[in-house]
Design a binder for this molecule. Structure first.
Ligand code: FES
Length: 125
């Protein structure tokens, strides 16, 4: 299980200014895929929310963030800014990988700007 972060790309991270969370988002979402080892764009993913025992299908066509997907599935996750700045939406990634900013606690992700990078994802929500 891996959450991409700016420390994975220190030379590039150093050239991006602004809030660290936003830098994480930019790095993980817009870098050339060749710079993201073992990660490829996927067309769909099963996202399982473990606390609520709900699984939702994410598709690249809809391109919902995991927060939006959770809301579409009827969940009511906490959120604030919805722009990877406040950290209110941070939850733990239990399985799989995502494109998006990492949180402050181990394996924490900000779901307002996280998108599946593997076909099977588990989120503690
Ligand atoms: S809602 Fe603020 S970081 Fe996600």
């Amino acid at each position: 299980m891996t959450v991409l972060a700016s420390h994975d790309f220190p030379d590039i991270a150093a050239s991006i200014s602004g809030h660290s969370c936003y830098s994480h988002f930019i790095l993980s979402r817009y870098l050339d895929p060749e710079h993201l080892p073992n990660m490829v764009d996927i067309e769909e993913a099963n996202v399982h929310f473990t606390k609520s025992n709900i699984t939702a299908k994410w598709t690249a066509k809809e391109d919902l963030s995991i927060l939006q997907l959770a809301e579409k599935a009827g969940l009511k996750p906490l959120f604030g800014c919805r722009s990877a700045m406040c950290g209110t939406c941070e939850v733990k990634l239990l399985k799989g990988r995502v494109y998006g900013p990492e949180g402050d606690f181990p394996k924490g992700i900000f779901i307002c700007h996280s998108y599946p990078a593997t076909a099977e994802i588990e989120i503690e929500l």
